[in-house]
Design a protein around this ligand. Sequence first.
Ligand SMILES: C[S@@+](CC[C@H](N)C(=O)[O-])C[C@H]1O[C@@H](n2cnc3c(N)ncnc32)[C@H](O)[C@@H]1O
Length: 231
Amino acid sequence: MTDGSTEHIKRFVFSSKYNAQGNPQEEKLEVFIPERLQATYSFYTWPPAPVLAWFLWENRRELIGKRVLEIGAGTALPGIVAAKCGAKVIISESALLPKSLAHTKRSCQLNNLSFNCQVQVIGLTWGLLLNNLDSIGPLDIILGSDCFYDPSVFEDIIVTISYLLEANPYAKFFCTYQERSSDWSIEHLLAKWNLHCQIHDTSSLGQSGGINILDLIGSHTIHILEISKSD
Ligand SMILES: C[S@@+](CC[C@H](N)C(=O)[O-])C[C@H]1O[C@@H](n2cnc3c(N)ncnc32)[C@H](O)[C@@H]1O
């Protein structure tokens, strides 16, 4: 990095008194995320990321062997948790932001993920339906944390998701959405692109590991959305 900002490492711990099979046996996962506070959006872990990561951790049984794509990953906490829980993950960041892409890679390296075997890092720019979207291969799950942070890109994201779900009709897009303005909504875009949305309850998230999710998200209002193709 050449922007002069210093890197610090943030440690996230995911734990549970029950193992992935639901039996009483403590399990724990530590993830180390490099951050640069003075740099741009993708160098910092936004509050919706630990929420999505906890959701994945608590549903880790469902992740084993799944083919996962994370979009707009930045520091990639959710994608890294999914890979650590046994999914094969493609982590993507804007192809137009090479420094961000390099930082996403660094995050994966710091967590000793093996490239090609557990993760792959690629450039994927929302709204650009280029050949690389077709080369991604079959997907079960798409992840996105705090991608809906600027209304000018909402439709680009939805178009990309719609395209990927067209190719993978049984896949689901799990994303965290932070309410920043009551004027913002993706509802009309979901209807326009023939997508269906279900909201997951976040209130009990983290309980299995003895944490209160409100300690993670503070005063923010964050929703977990599950978006799929309409019937
Ligand atoms: C608010 S940050 C969220 C980062 C990360 N997912 C998190 O929750 O910590 C938004 C992310 O979207 C990426 N991004 C912005 N525009 C994009 C685009 N057109 N295509 C793909 N990614 C984009 C940014 O580089 C940044 O990493």
